[in-house]
Ligand binder design. Structure first.
Ligand code: ADP
Ligand code: MG
Length: 767
């Protein structure tokens, strides 16, 4: 039996025919990160090229993709390239009547060994490539050769798509193809090998009509034709979805068996007291979701819930009511926020909403009350110690904080609920760290409420948060004023003047304004707090798209580099100098201020002591100043749709009509221009999220692109294969219901264990 975990040097000793002693394919494959047979087998083609019609040379048309059947007439001696960047050799083919040349490029001279060894003069080949002509000689560009035997059906062979692997210069595609072929042939000869036997339950494989694993791998590496390829991909894609969904179903089933403390509000407790003094009625959605949450908190198993709601839908209030229910039940709640600004604001708005109910333990406080404390990384030692003590003693019913909450020294007396705000900014492992702090006290697993303002399509949610149940706040509180959104041409001085005048007019009415920029300082290389590189086709030449991240300046691809976006430090000077706004009280807010300064600026803005803040996207998430009525975004084309939607959500909150001015000098017909138009057209967060997702690449959806880590999902697309994910999930859940520890499916258990290491986020390449 063949051992797929053996090193490639023993499995594919010679790719093709290693006529050259130095031709060692395993060394080149190792450059691709492929060390074992398993690695190679699962190194799937990136795409496929159709061979094009089988054509006699004299009927070729320049620029067409073609295949020809021809005989090798001459093999040139490898020559170094002019600047020693590699080697080339020219092979001349003839179809008996006309001739064509094919030039191969390699990084080293040795790499020609296995190629040329396979195609000696006189041998028959199926050659695929693009037809070209130099002077009077036909040429085959990007040539791919396949050996042909007498009697092979070349016509049928030309139907087979050519797999193109994610190869590098140091390991050309044909080396991968030849090595995979060697391995597949060895597997076919050796009989079933460990690791490629069927591990899907028989009934599932049968119901889905799937090829067995080895046949599927054969089909994706050496497809006979497009239909064969599709069957192979279907199998592997379903397998990816099924393994992942099984892992999620197991995770869900295991939390269902975990115990938690049931938390029930008491009729004369803090939750009831809070509801009584709410200054407004709950929206229908808040009431409905509140009931869902209360029902789950009352069960002796941990709640696992994702709360989705558009900007301004009132998620914080829903979370606060859940936290108070837990406090009523004798426990504590922790609220985890992604930034210090947001944590501080949550503290302010929670203590504000609670009034004297937040003065528990203090003289004059309501006897039903509790204490709310803040814990962030930037707090002074004394304040920090006090918060830690309040959390550990149980005196604080609600602890609001940032990542600082996750640190080791942080302890709770009885943590009953973890609320994660802006869930997508945290990984699964972070929310688990916090939940373990509750488990340490031996009172079971805390309930979990994760919140997100970024609407997530159903199948993405199933994949990323498949272990969570979802609630949606699909109704905005009444009195939400209109926000008018206008795209302002940034290169027209008269329009810019008008922008500053708008701010002044609102300030004269006692309202306030945000001005958001993509950078902090003019000489910064980095973009500020989450602004995005321009991703316009016209602004971003391909060379840069592949480049090393945040390239700046210079020219690439012959086009002028995009102008660097205006910085906070520049724009604040403009605002302070402009006749319309010079008299206004203006401050800056960005991630590089020390926390106390940030706190101070946000506090003064919230208190109405400032008219304008010029900020980075630190104001993007959750900031709530109802009196702010204008949002100006400078270089709006540098931001993504969701980000702009979040920014705009900061205004129109206090029943005051809002104005959102998106400054941009991008052409209205560019991709960014269309994005801005869509924002001006609608305020429906779900519609905008769909647009946003459709625009982004798959990797970005899973966050893999940011982390640079390779996702284990090779074929499955969370957006385009929604149907596969749905089917896999329902089959996986059914299976886990009857076989909760996979005792009857050891092969599947092994696949889950080996592929879904640690947590699913890592599996998806998100961490
Ligand atoms: P989100 O976090 O979902 O973006 P918030 O929780 O910040 O939204 O709520 C936005 C604003 O709406 C807050 O000022 C909040 O006090 C207010 N609000 C919440 N629920 C209601 C309601 N039912 N009626 C009126 N205003 C509400
Ligand atoms: Mg919020």
């Amino acid at each position: 039996m063949l051992d797929l975990d053996a090193p490639l040097s023993s499995l594919v000793p010679r790719a093709g025919d290693g006529t050259s002693k130095n031709a060692n394919p395993s060394k080149w494959l190792s450059d691709l990160g492929l060390e074992t047979g398993r690695d190679l087998l699962w190194h799937l083609p990136r795409k496929y090229q159709d061979r094009g019609d089988l054509t006699p040379i004299r009927e070729l048309v320049v620029g067409e993709d073609v295949s020809i059947v021809a005989q090798v007439q001459d093999v040139g001696k490898p020559q170094p390239l002019q600047r020693k960047t590699g080697w080339r050799t020219v092979v001349t083919l003839s179809d008996g009547r006309d001739r064509i040349t094919a030039t191969f490029f390699m990084a080293t001279q040795h790499q020609f060994g296995p190629l040329l060894g396979k195609y000696p003069v006189g041998s028959l080949v199926l050659a695929t490539g693009r037809a070209g002509k130099f002077r009077e000689t036909w040429q085959l560009d990007k040539p791919v050769f396949e050996p042909l035997e007498e009697g092979d059906d070349a016509g049928a062979r030309a139907e087979a798509p050519v797999p193109l692997y994610p190869a590098t210069r140091s390991c050309p595609n044909f080396v991968v193809r030849a090595s995979v072929a060697t391995l597949l042939d060895a597997l076919a000869a050796a009989g079933p090998a460990a690791g490629v036997e069927e591990f899907l339950p028989d009934d599932v494989a049968a119901a889905e009509g799937l090829l067995p694993p080895l046949a599927a791998l054969e089909a994706v590496h050496r497809p006979r034709d497009r239909a064969h390829l599709a069957r192979g991909q279907d199998r592997l894609r379903f397998e990816e979805a099924f393994v992942l969904q099984t892992a999620l179903a197991l995770r869900r089933a295991s939390t269902a068996t975990q115990t938690a403390v049931a938390r029930v509000p008491s009729p004369d407790g803090i939750a009831a007291a809070f509801d009584e003094r709410l200054p407004f009625p709950l929206t229908g959605a808040q009431r409905r979701v509140g009931e869902e949450i209360a029902a789950e908190l009352a069960r002796p198993h941990p709640m696992q819930r994702l709360l989705q709601g558009d900007v301004g839908s009132g998620k914080t209030l829903v979370a606060l009511r859940a936290m108070l229910t837990v406090v009523d039940g004798g426990g504590q709640a922790a609220l985890l926020a992604p930034t210090e600004v947001l944590a501080a604001q949550h503290l302010r708005s929670i203590t504000g909403a609670l009034g004297d109910l937040a003065a528990g333990g203090f003289l004059g406080g309501d006897p039903r009350g509790t204490r709310v404390v803040l814990l962030t990384g930037s707090m002074g030692a004394a304040a920090r110690r006090e918060s830690l003590l309040a959390a550990a003693s149980g005196e604080a019913g609600i602890v609001v904080g940032t990542h600082a909450l996750l640190q080791e020294g942080v302890q709770f007396a009885d943590l009953g609920l973890v609320v994660v705000d802006e869930q997508h900014r945290f990984g699964v492992e972070q929310r688990d760290v916090l939940r373990r702090k509750g488990t340490e006290t031996g009172r079971g697993v805390p309930h979990l409420l994760a919140m997100t303002a970024t609407p997530i399509p159903r199948t993405v949610a199933m994949t990323l948060f498949g272990d969570l149940e979802t609630s949606v706040l699909d109704e905005l509180p009444p009195g939400r004023a209109d926000v008018q959104t206008v795209v302002v041409p940034q290169d027209k001085p008269a329009w810019i003047d008008r922008t500053w005048q708008r701010i002044a007019e609102e300030a004269a009415l006692g309202r306030q304004a945000y001005v958001v920029c993509a950078r902090i300082d003019a000489d910064d290389d980095d973009l500020a707090d989450g602004a995005e590189e321009p991703d316009d086709e016209e602004a971003q030449p391909p060379a840069k798209a592949k480049g090393k991240g945040k390239g700046k300046g210079g020219t690439a691809g012959g086009r002028p580099a995009p102008r660097p976006p205006a910085a906070v430090s520049q724009v604040v000077e403009v605002v302070r100098a402009h006749p319309a706004t010079a008299a206004l009280r203006t401050e800056v807010l960005h991630g590089r201020l020390v926390p106390a300064e940030k706190e101070d600026v946000m506090g003064r803005f919230a208190a109405g002591e400032l008219d304008v803040v010029v900020a980075t996207t630190v104001v993007e998430v959750g900031v709530d100043v109802p009196n702010a009525s204008v949002m100006v975004v400078v270089d709006a084309d540098r931001f993504g749709i969701s980000q702009l939607h979040q920014l705009r959500g900061r205004i129109g909150r206090g029943g005051l009509p809002g104005t959102c001015l998106l400054l941009s000098d991008t052409s209205p017909d560019s991709r960014a221009g269309r994005r801005l138009k869509a924002l001006a057209r609608t305020r429906d967060g779900f519609e905008l999220a769909r647009l946003d997702l459709a625009e982004r690449r798959e990797g970005d959806v899973l966050g893999a692109a940011q982390s640079g880590e390779r996702s284990s999902l090779q074929l499955l697309g969370v957006l385009q294969h929604a149907d596969v994910i749905e089917r896999a999930r329902s089959r996986a859940r059914t299976l886990v219901e009857v076989d909760p520890d996979l005792a009857r499916h050891p092969g599947l258990a092994a696949a889950v264990a080996s592929r879904v290491t640690g947590d699913t986020a890592a599996f998806l390449g998100r961490t």
